[in-house]
Design a binder for this molecule. Structure first.
Ligand SMILES: [Mg+2]
Length: 157
């Protein structure tokens, strides 16, 4: 199975945070670490903030993975945010199994991957904890590099 993270991989969460609060979100930090308590409450309660946009490379990732089955795995602060994310996936035609996990929980502890299972993620903490295969999304994204990696991964299965 291939597991794909959502924020920073398919959706541009950082851009959304920048637009809403004018703050930069480093790839290895979670949003709670950079927002004040009141900003964080606003993020949870104000649905108008949740305007996801695709990352520049989301479509490349989906095209390269092609018809190989995958699962979305995404951290959420609450059910209202899970619902927002589910809607985004739905309206973007991404109909695949989706796992929402509470922020602060590592994907590895929820999924317990076998060594051949692949995580595609932009967060080093998730990658380091993951016990399967991984691809770390860095910017600028290299379509060629990702394509080669996925071809090798598929060939090895
Ligand atoms: Mg991420």
């Amino acid at each position: 199975m291939i597991y794909i993270d959502m924020d920073g991989v398919l959706t541009d969460f950082r851009k959304m945070i920048k637009n809403a609060f004018g703050k930069d979100l480093p790839a290895d930090k979670n949003v709670k670490e950079i927002l004040t308590d009141s900003e964080f409450r606003q993020l949870q309660e104000d649905e108008s903030i949740w305007q996801f946009e695709e990352t520049d490379f989301a479509q490349d990732i989906l095209d390269i993975i092609g018809d190989t089955p995958f699962t979305i795995v995404s951290c959420v602060y609450g059910m209202n945010i899970a619902s927002r994310k589910a809607k985004w996936l739905y309206y973007n035609g991404i109909f695949v199994p989706t796992i929402f996990i509470p922020v602060g929980t590592r994907k590895n502890t929820i999924i317990r991957p076998k060594f051949t299972e692949l995580l595609i993620d932009d967060n080093w903490h998730e990658i380091k904890a993951w016990e399967g295969e991984y691809y770390h999304i860095t910017e600028p994204f290299s379509k060629e590099n990702f394509k080669r990696f996925i071809e090798d991964y598929k060939n090895a299965q």
